[in-house]
Design a protein around this ligand. Structure first.
Ligand SMILES: Cc1cc2nc3c(=O)[nH]c(=O)nc-3n(C[C@H](O)[C@H](O)[C@H](O)COP(=O)(O)OP(=O)(O)OC[C@H]3O[C@@H](n4cnc5c(N)ncnc54)[C@H](O)[C@@H]3O)c2cc1C
Length: 494
């Protein structure tokens, strides 16, 4: 009887070993933004290509403290219409985002107002120091003439510095394109520094944008005006941000920009849907403990999860996750951007103008203590009023809004912990937080914060995980290329 009992226990243990879910290949991802969703996507995608018979990746859990996925890709509804509230524009060379759009059958959207028909004014707190001509005419010939006049005017003010600025951006974008190269030429990177150095981008993080542009021969006027307007809109910061964040910001002000019809968040939603993920919404991770061969994640729901691999896909800076053993990342402040959405009408008198139509479609601003906002732009023209988006560093109080709005029907205020507060030289957190299998996608955000840079960092993290899982964690970085085998272009076959 006893003997029989022992045999039963042994058989049970054997069954447990072979059929219970193994935690060593369970991947847990904290955060369902574009970073977390992209890690899940590339883990599944590369496993299917390079390990078709037996994937090293088991269950993938994604934890999201909110009730929706997408993180900083989110929409806001003003008077029943939906607008991007956070990340809104993508660059024409954001190839991961473009491929996600195709793969997920999402629809691309280009801005209704073209660059030529969008009027711009630069406000210094007292006057417009620069203002383009405003054409509301629908006649193509009038639009072309206005566009020509604006080109002459901008050249007259900033001269050849404009071409130097373009070439600075072009060189940086071309270097960034190296991250789409095939596996034969592109190694797996185990640190942000290594990743940036390989693409020739690291040096740009050691100097401010202002310093870089002076070296590139740009005039002080262009830096203080147009360049400042762009960095204030895209990162809520001055030209003291690093050269790399600045170049990315400038690239995001060129032509051909796009977004996704219905909201950019659909990229994260679609990738998660198609990557065989167990999604835990409304579940915040409070602690991550490493117990020798497994990470135990505890959530606010009082649940515990055992994971062989843990990926942090959110900035750690304003979070309270308790790591045991403790991890160390360089201190980093986040820049808060207050996005205020108003349905109403701006007051021309506030801007020293007589007519509402004299206020530019996009009001950019110079650095000055007299300017309480970074930018105001028209999102939609209605029959009798508009929907505007205002970016500011400080919250917009109602009293302040009433100073520059003559009427307001609806106001929505969002406080974003938006992106790192950039400085130079930048210090980077490690991609591998503990030397084991705890990874940090948002270490790359000190280089630049965009949807695409999150996807690029996530793709590298997915390769890093697969490479280290198949070869053991104590590999030297030079060996971290074991995923490399298929010469096919990764972004053509998603
Ligand atoms: C106002 C604004 C404008 C922007 N404009 C642009 C733009 O035009 N173009 C562009 O490309 N980029 C833009 N960005 C930047 C872009 O939004 C980000 O770089 C990108 O979306 C970051 O994605 P992520 O997945 O790395 O992080 P996030 O999107 O922040 O995702 C992290 C997720 O983790 C969740 N989370 C955090 N802690 C926990 C926890 N403990 N447990 C569970 N879940 C947790 C969060 O709720 C969040 O959903 C903008 C950002 C802001 C705020």
């Amino acid at each position: 009887m006893i003997k029989h009992g022992r045999i039963t226990a042994l058989v049970f243990c054997f069954l447990l070993l072979h059929f219970s879910p193994t935690h060593s290949n369970t991947v847990c991802i904290i955060g369902s933004g574009i970073g977390g969703a992209s890690v899940a996507h590339f883990l599944r995608h590369y496993s299917a290509i390079y390990h078709p018979s037996q994937s090293p990746i088991g269950q993938i859990n994604i934890f999201e403290r909110n009730g929706v996925v997408g993180g900083r890709m989110a929409t806001v509804t003003v008077s029943g219409e939906t607008f991007e509230a956070g990340a809104s524009i993508l660059h024409p060379k954001n190839y991961h985002a473009l491929n996600y759009t195709k793969y997920l059958n999402l629809q691309l959207k280009t801005p209704k107002l073209t660059d030529d028909s969008l009027s711009l004014g630069i406000w210094d707190g007292h006057k417009f120091v620069y203002k383009t001509f405003n054409s509301k005419s629908k006649l193509p010939i009038v639009q072309r003439l206005v566009s020509l006049a604006n080109s002459i005017m901008i050249f007259f003010r900033y001269g050849f510095s404009l071409f130097r600025m373009s070439s600075f951006v072009e060189v940086t974008v071309n270097n960034f394109l190296r991250y789409y190269e095939g596996f034969n030429s592109r190694p797996v990177f185990d640190s942000v520094e290594e990743m940036l150095k390989w693409a020739g981008l690291y040096n740009l993080t050691t100097q401010t944008l202002g310093e870089e542009l002076v070296e590139a021969g740009l005039s002080p006027l262009l830096i203080q005006e147009l360049v400042t307007v762009i960095t204030r809109i895209n990162y809520g910061q001055s030209v003291n941000i690093s050269g790399l964040a600045g170049a990315v910001s400038l690239a995001g002000s060129g032509g051909g920009l796009w977004s996704i019809e219905g909201g950019n968040w659909q990229m994260a939603a679609g990738l998660i849907n198609r990557s065989d993920v167990v999604l835990h919404l409304h579940e915040e991770i409070e602690s991550v403990s490493y117990l020798g061969d497994v990470y135990v994640l505890n959530s606010t729901k009082g649940k515990s999860y055992n994971c062989g691999v843990t990926v942090v896909a959110t900035p750690l800076d304003e979070l309270n996750i308790d790591f045991n053993p403790r991890i160390s990342v360089p201190p980093r402040k986040l820049q808060h951007t207050h996005a205020t959405f108003v349905r109403g009408l701006l007051s021309p008198a506030y801007f020293g103008l007589n007519l509402l139509s004299d206020i530019p479609d996009l009001v950019g601003t110079k650095e000055s203590p007299d300017v309480p906002f970074s930018s105001i732009s028209i999102l939609k023209q209605h029959e009798n009023d508009m929907t505007y988006k205002i970016f500011s560093r400080e919250p917009m109080t109602d009293a302040l809004l009433d100073k520059f709005f003559s009427s307001r029907k609806e106001t929505i205020k969002i406080n974003w912990a938006a992106y790192p507060h950039y400085h130079a030289p930048e210090k980077f957190a490690p991609f591998i937080l503990d030397g084991q299998h705890l990874y940090y996608v948002n270490a790359f955000e000190n280089a630049a914060s965009t949807m695409e840079t999150s996807a690029v960092a996530a793709e590298n993290i997915a390769r890093l995980i697969l490479s280290r899982l198949s070869s053991g964690v104590d590999l030297s970085s030079s060996n971290l290329t074991s995923v490399d085998s298929n010469p096919s272009e990764l972004h053509s076959e998603l």
